[in-house]
Design a protein around this ligand. Structure first.
Ligand SMILES: O=C1O[C@H](COP(=O)(O)O)[C@@H](O)[C@H](O)[C@H]1O
Length: 232
């Protein structure tokens, strides 16, 4: 049984987003006050859009915040499937437009070819990451740790910060931060919405096979605090 993560439940998603945006902003500013800069790792997908919009308006020293992605599809950064495009449209706006953003996609033709450069491009990020916001798919993946991919074991065991992943049942090659990279953080949030994701989350608590339910790699560890924010 997993007992360490905190589970916060909200009746509506706007209330969740308001509270989570406030907490993230406070943690980023606290990191800046303590160390002069802060780092934020965010996920793509549909769930975090309104959270990004709220966060972008917070009055913190955004020019000292380094932002990157937990994972990315290896598509052009102006593609509608690009997580970078999503972050630029919804987070790097308002006050947060002053943040230092570095995406995971680069000019190489594939994630396999570009992974080393992505790792180099993140070398100057403040680490441990101050705040990581994860999403979760209905198959139990987080980041791009897809249970259906040949690389799932590597994603959960490599010492490298990033690796290429090819999901069998989702479009596009991906690049993702590894389990070790994500756990090297001061605070992780899992942001999930809806009954189906609640059910997947509960399955992950019960299913001890991390490769079958990769979000468990985050939930069943004791080194990094994880707060789960769920709303109906
Ligand atoms: O493919 C992805 O999916 C997950 C979950 O997305 P959502 O649309 O269900 O919120 C996301 O966390 C991940 O970053 C993204 O690449």
């Amino acid at each position: 049984m997993i007992k360490d993560s905190v589970f916060k439940s909200f009746d509506d998603k706007t209330a969740l987003e308001t509270q989570l945006a406030e907490r993230i902003a406070n943690q980023l500013q606290t990191a800046i006050d303590a160390r002069g800069k802060a780092s934020l790792v965010v996920s793509g997908g549909s769930t975090p859009v309104a959270l990004f919009q709220q966060l972008s308006k917070k009055a913190i020293e955004w020019s000292e915040v380094y932002i990157t992605l937990a994972d990315e599809r290896w598509v052009d950064v102006d593609s509608d499937d690009s997580n970078e495009k999503l972050v630029k449209a919804h987070l790097l706006q308002n006050r947060a437009a002053a943040a230092k953003f570095r995406g995971l996609k680069n000019m190489f033709a594939s994630a396999e070819a570009g992974a080393d450069m992505t790792i180099e491009q993140l070398a100057n990020f403040p680490k441990p990451f101050d705040v990581v916001v994860l999403g979760m798919g209905n198959d139990g993946h987080t980041c791009s740790w897809f249970p259906c991919s040949l690389e799932i074991e590597q994603a959960l065991s490599t010492d490298s910060l990033c690796l290429a992943v090819n999901p069998g049942n989702a479009p596009h090659g991906r690049i993702t931060i590894s389990k070790q990279g994500i756990l090297a953080s001061r605070q992780i949030y899992l942001h999930i919405v809806g009954e189906q994701k609640l059910s997947v989350y509960r399955q992950a608590l019960e299913n001890e096979d991390e490769k079958a339910m990769p979000i468990r790699a985050v939930l069943a560890q004791h080194s990094t605090p994880v707060d789960v924010y769920w709303s109906a």
